[in-house]
Design a protein around this ligand. Structure first.
Ligand SMILES: Nc1nc2c(ncn2[C@@H]2O[C@H](COP(=O)(O)OP(=O)(O)OP(=O)(O)O)[C@@H](O)[C@H]2O)c(=O)[nH]1
Ligand SMILES: [Mg+2]
Length: 393
C-alpha cells in the first residue's frame, strides 16, 4: 500500500473543515492501492479552526494537525515539508479546506501518479472539469489562467491557479525554494509553484476538477492584489526564461503601494476635471472658483481611496481627521510645486506652439504634464512618510 498525505491549509474555516475532511477520507475507497492521511496546516486562525483540527486529529490517527506561519505560501511549503519529514508519504496531495474543490478529484490525481506522472493538476478547463462560480469570478479565473499560460507558459497547461494537485516528494525536493516567492503574503504561490515544478522537470497531466462557490466562511483573496501578482509574476517568469534575472516580481511587490497611489492620482484627475466642467457649465461658476471646488473634491476622493485602499495596511498614530488635514497640507505643497514648475518653464520657454500631426499644440500643455511626475513623487513621498507613517517605524 502507498501512502498519500493530503494537505489542507486553513485560515478561518471552522464551518467547512470537519465536513470536508469527511468528504476527503470518503474518497479513500475509490483510490486503489492508496492509504490516506490528512495534514491540516492552520495559520493560527482566530475563529478556532485549530481547536477543531486538534479534536479531529485526537479522534482519528489518520488525521494530523499543525500550526504554521501566516500566509498561504508558508502554509503550503511548511505543510509539505512537515509531511515529508514526519509522515513519509509516497504522494503529496493538496486541497483548499473550504470544500470548493469536489473531493472526488483525489482518486483521479492519485491515479495519474500511478500512471508515472510526478505532477497531477486538478483542472477546471479540461473535458469533465467545471468552474461553477459566478460569471464575474469565472471571467477572473479564465483571465488569470490565460494570462499565465500565454506569458509564463507552458502552453499545454490550462489550469494555473487552482490548488488541487498531487506530486511526488522527489519533485517537491527538486523545487527551487529560494526562487519561489512562498513567503510573500499572496495567493501567487499556486501558479508560482507550478512554474517552478515545471522548471524542476515535472512530468505533468491535468485531470478534471469540479469547482464550486464556497458555502461557508469568506474569501481571503483580494481581486486587485491577485491580478497584480499574476501579471507581474508571469512577466517575471517570462523574463527569466529569456535570461533576465532582474527579480521583477519582488520589485513589483515593493512598488505596489506606489502604483496604487498612481491609480488613485489618475482617478483624482478625472474627478477634478469632471467637477471643474460641471461647476462651469451647470452652475455658472467662474473657472478659478470652479477649480477651487473641484480640486478639493479631488483631494477628498484621493484621500478616501488612499486611506481605505493604497495605505490600508498602515497602522498610524494619527486618527482619520488628522490624516485628512495632513493630506490637505501635502496636497497644497503639491499645488505650490506645480505652480512653480509651470512658472519656471513659462519663463524659460515662453508661450509658443509646436506642430504635431497637423495640429498646433501650445507649450502650456507640456508645462501642465511636466508637473505630474514631480508632484506625484512629492505627494507619494510626503504621504508615505508623514500622513500614513507606520506606528512602528
Ligand atoms: N494556513 C493558511 N491557509 C490559508 C491562508 N489564507 C488562505 N488559506 C486557505 O487557503 C484556501 C484558499 O483560500 P480561499 O479564501 O478559499 O481563496 P479562494 O478559493 O480564492 O476564494 P473563495 O472562492 O472565496 O473561497 C482556503 O482553504 C483557506 O482557508 C493562510 O494565510 N494560511
Ligand atoms: Mg476558496
Amino acid at each position: 500500500m502507498k501512502k498519500a498525505v493530503i494537505l489542507l491549509y486553513t485560515y478561518n474555516e471552522k464551518e467547512n473543515l470537519e465536513k470536508f475532511v469527511g468528504e476527503v477520507l470518503n474518497q479513500e475507497k475509490h483510490s486503489d492501492g492508496w492509504n490516506f492521511e490528512i495534514l491540516i496546516a492552520d495559520s493560527s486562525s482566530p475563529d478556532g479552526t485549530f481547536e477543531i483540527a486538534k479534536r479531529l486529529a485526537k479522534n482519528n490517527p489518520k488525521i494530523h494537525a499543525i500550526t504554521v506561519g501566516k500566509g498561504l505560501g508558508v502554509a503550503v511549503i511548511e505543510g509539505h515539508q512537515y509531511s515529508i519529514k514526519h509522515l513519509k508519504p509516497d504522494a503529496l496531495v493538496q486541497l483548499d479546506a473550504d470544500g470548493q474543490a469536489k473531493a472526488d478529484v483525489v482518486p483521479r490525481l492519485l491515479k495519474t501518479i500511478d500512471e508515472g506522472y510526478n505532477l497531477a493538476l486538478g483542472s477546471r478547463f479540461v473535458k469533465g472539469g467545471k468552474n461553477d462560480l459566478t460569471l464575474l469570478r469565472r471571467i477572473f479565473t479564465w483571465g488569470s489562467c490565460t494570462f499565465s499560460r500565454l506569458i509564463m507558459g507552458p502552453l499545454d497547461i490550462q489550469e494555473f491557479t487552482n490548488s488541487a494537485r498531487a506530486f511526488t516528494p522527489e519533485l517537491f525536493n527538486k523545487i527551487n525554494l529560494k526562487r519561489l516567492p512562498w513567503r510573500e503574503q499572496s495567493y501567487i504561490i499556486q501558479p508560482a509553484f507550478l512554474n517552478e515544478a515545471v522548471l524542476a522537470g515535472a512530468k505533468y497531466k491535468e485531470v478534471p476538477l469540479y469547482f464550486k462557490n464556497r458555502e461557508e466562511g469568506y474569501s481571503k483573496n483580494k481581486v486587485f492584489n491577485y491580478t497584480y501578482d499574476v501579471i507581474t509574476y508571469s512577466i517575471d517568469a517570462r523574463l527569466r526564461k529569456w535570461g533576465f534575472n532582474g527579480n521583477f516580481f519582488r520589485m513589483s511587490r515593493r512598488a505596489k503601494t506606489f502604483i496604487k497611489f498612481g491609480i488613485v492620482g489618475v482617478t483624482g484627475t478625472i474627478v477634478d476635471f469632471a467637477f471643474y466642467k460641471i461647476f462651469i457649465n451647470g452652475f455658472d461658476f467662474n473657472p478659478a472658483t470652479a477649480k477651487g471646488f473641484s480640486a478639493e473634491i479631488a483631494v477628498v476622493n484621493n484621500f478616501i481611496w488612499n486611506n481605505f485602499w493604497t495605505f490600508k495596511y498602515r497602522k498610524t498614530k494619527t486618527n482619520l481627521g488628522q490624516k485628512f488635514l495632513i493630506f490637505n497640507l501635502v496636497s497644497v505643497g503639491g499645488i505650490v510645486i506645480g505652480v512653480l514648475i509651470v512658472k519656471l518653464l513659462d519663463m524659460t520657454f515662453g508661450s509658443g506652439y509646436v506642430y504635431i500631426l497637423g495640429r498646433h499644440i501650445a507649450y502650456n500643455n507640456f508645462y501642465f504634464f511636466a508637473t505630474i511626475p514631480p508632484v506625484m513623487i512629492w505627494n507619494f513621498v510626503a504621504n508615505h512618510l508623514i500622513t500614513w507613517k507606520n506606528k512602528e517605524d
